[in-house]
Unconditional design. Structure first.
Length: 478
């Protein structure tokens, strides 16, 4: 046999073994009973070797495909880096371009497409400090992905819920899963479902179920952890109630009702003391978390409100300018600089709904009286609508803030994702970017959060942004 001059001895053996495995089933007939031994002899492969390494050719081929994909990814990264270097060399006095400005990074194109779920992707969550993504679907499954290697899932809970998954969230930091502090601390994943259950998982331990929170009497719409007390979880439901849970023990600590119809979304203030909720009754309500008492009400949407979020404090100074224009007052006026806003941990809120709009609100302050432990409802309980952002042509389904706490994104049934920047003010907040890539309703979006103990800085910024859609696809954007 003539040896190939381009192959090493090991490479030649591997190639011959793959050829032998490929030919063995093809030459298994009676008429070929003498042909196969001669072929194996020419290839210098023992017949037993073909069965010792099953699927050898297939595994080698998959390895080659993964290597090719990795090479393409590295070539893309190298191209972006070279373009950035060239741009900076041509204009060295200019600021770094968007590829280097991680702090103000806004995604612009689809980087990866994740196809696993066979039904719409309805919920997303990114781990607080690891490159892990959880996706939930209307088929009741939850899948954990490594954002650095999306070749296959890390783990799968195929029957996590008996009906669709409506919401996912990671705890903001490690928590004890027990009645005392002797248990191991870990970051947990909570899931809510149309089956009325909330479940708590250890997703990195092959989706070990740690808790099942039972109490809602209809579909659970949304869940969120308390940023100040990570073991606390707040949920809302079609049964019109909001519940406060201690995840460590599994107990429901409080149930309160403020809305007259399906509660769609909940959020918790930065202080951890106030809950924002929105409903089919077309209202947004601010409640005191520990008592459930109503603090304020926001009215202005003329359709179902799908989502509502507190605005991070770092964005307040930009919204103060807009609010001052609406009220025709100075942005530094006593009204807008009231120190009570800092005390309660909120000032503005943002909402989106089926009237196709995103709305921004100045929130009412509670009343504090000496000798009274809990705050009382505001003396002027109705919030002030300061901006209505139009641009979506269908229902607004989700709103999420950039980790830099200023830019925010909204997604819609019009299959688009829009980015809004309060810093770019020309009489109103401007839409600075539109993402198109899905072929169905965009149900959920998520930024990678900053670690809970981190200040906002370029070094801590993780440039991950994902979206999930009714086209059954999750997209990772860059």
């Amino acid at each position: 046999m003539v040896e190939g001059s381009l192959l090493t001895e090991r490479q030649r053996h591997d190639l011959h073994l793959a050829i032998a495995q490929y030919l063995t089933p093809l030459l298994s007939s009676e008429e070929d009973r003498f042909t196969l031994p001669r072929v194996l002899q020419r290839l210098e492969i023992d017949e037993s070797a073909t069965s010792e390494n099953p699927n050898y050719l297939e595994r080698k081929w998959l390895t080659i495909l993964k290597l090719q994909k990795k090479i393409l990814d590295l070539e893309t990264q190298l191209k972006v880096a070279n373009e950035t270097i060239e741009s900076l060399s041509q204009n060295p006095s200019s600021d770094a371009g968007p590829t280097l400005d991680r702090l103000n990074w806004i995604p612009s194109k689809v980087d990866r497409v994740i196809k696993y779920h066979t039904q719409p992707v309805t919920a997303l969550a990114i781990h607080p400090y690891k490159p892990l993504l959880a996706t939930g679907s209307s088929d009741g499954s939850i899948v954990l992905w490594d954002l650095l290697d999306l070749a296959q899932p890390v783990s799968i809970a195929r029957n996590a819920h008996s009906r669709g998954v409506s919401s996912l969230c990671f705890s903001p930091t490690d928590i004890h899963m027990g009645d005392d502090n002797t248990s191991n601390k870990l970051v947990v994943l909570a899931s809510a479902s149309l089956d009325m259950f909330i479940k708590v998982w250890d997703p990195e331990s092959n989706f070990t179920q740690l808790r099942s929170l039972v109490g809602h009497e209809n579909m659970v719409s949304s869940i969120t952890f308390n940023p100040n007390i990570p073991s606390e979880l707040i949920s809302c439901s079609k049964d019109t109630s909001i519940r406060l849970w201690d995840v460590s023990s599994g107990f429901c600590m409080l149930t309160f009702v403020g809305h007259s119809d399906w509660v769609r979304d909940v959020d918790v203030s930065e202080s951890g003391e106030y809950v924002l909720s929105c409903s089919n009754d077309q209202s947004i309500r601010i409640s005191h978390k520990s008592t459930g008492s109503g603090i304020g009400l926001l009215l202005g949407h003329n359709q179902v409100i799908e989502t509502a979020k507190f605005v991070p404090a770092l964005a307040n100074k930009y919204l103060d300018d807009i609010c001052a224009k609406v009220l025709q007052i100075d942005p530094s006026s006593e009204f807008l600089s009231n120190p009570q806003f800092e005390k309660v941990g909120y000032k503005y809120a943002i909402s989106g709904g089926r009237d196709n709009t995103v709305r921004i609100w100045l929130l009412p302050l509670p009343v504090f009286k000496p000798g009274v432990d809990s705050p009382l409802p505001s003396s002027t309980p109705e919030g002030l609508l300061i901006a209505t952002l139009e641009g979506h042509s269908s229902w607004v389904k989700d709103i999420q803030f950039h980790p830099n706490a200023t830019v925010f994104a909204s997604c819609s049934d019009d299959a688009t994702i829009k980015f809004w920047d309060p810093k770019k003010i020309a009489g109103s907040i401007e839409c600075v970017s539109v993402l198109k890539g899905h072929h169905g309703f965009v149900n959920s979006i998520a930024f990678a959060p900053l670690p809970s103990d981190s200040d906002i800085s370029e070094a801590k910024m993780r440039c991950y942004f994902v979206s999930g859609s009714s086209d059954n696809i999750t997209q990772l954007w860059s």
